[in-house]
Ligand binder design. Sequence first.
Ligand code: THU
Length: 129
Amino acid sequence: MKKINQSLLIDAARRARLNAHAPYSRYKVGAAVLSSDGRIYAGCNVENTSYGLTVCAERNAVAALVAAGGRNIVAVAVVADSKVPVSPCGACRQVIAEFGPHAEIIMSNLKGSVRKKTLSVLLPARFKK
Ligand code: THU
């Protein structure tokens, strides 16, 4: 299997984070997914004045992958200005699992701390029909 270029993926997530629309929480998040064909798709959180309509960075990155015809996720990087490397929420874990049940999840912050876990460790017993 090809080695994951971790810094490239984190850089893409950092760049997307700069475009986050987070006027309510002031918490900007960027994410980047790496597909099995080597492409990278990025997303950021997009908040809404109707707070519950907010969509997380990870889910927007997955949507960009799917819209471009991608399917299999090998790795996901997520970045925020957090004390400890930011970890994807439960909803995003389930959405990532649809396309990358064994994806490598690279969690990081702006200070450059990185923590890695596989999705199957972060989301054991995911919902499946
Ligand atoms: N957020 C993400 O983008 N990803 C996550 O995994 C958790 C939270 C966003 C949603 C909201 O815009 C902000 O972070 C604060 O919760």
